[in-house]
Design a protein around this ligand. Structure first.
Ligand code: ZN
Length: 59
C-alpha cells in the first residue's frame, strides 16, 4: 500500500459556545463534530467538564 490516510484531517469541526460545569466559564471551542466525548477541556480551571451550551438547553 504505502499510503497513509489521515482521517482526522477530513473530520469536520464546529465552533461551539461551551459552558464549564465546574467553574461556569463560558468559552468558545473548536472541536471535531460527531465525537462521543460529552465533556471538553475548560481553559478556566483545566477540568474536562465543559459542555456545549446547546446541550444544556436540551436538558
Ligand atoms: Zn472550568
Amino acid at each position: 500500500m504505502g499510503k497513509v490516510l489521515y482521517l482526522d484531517d477530513f473530520r469536520p469541526t464546529v465552533t461551539d459556545s461551551m459552558r464549564c460545569l465546574f467553574c461556569g466559564t463560558v468559552h468558545i471551542l473548536r472541536h471535531v463534530t460527531g465525537t462521543r466525548t460529552p465533556y471538553f477541556p475548560c481553559p478556566g480551571c483545566d477540568e474536562t467538564t465543559s459542555v456545549p451550551e446547546w446541550s444544556l438547553e436540551l436538558r
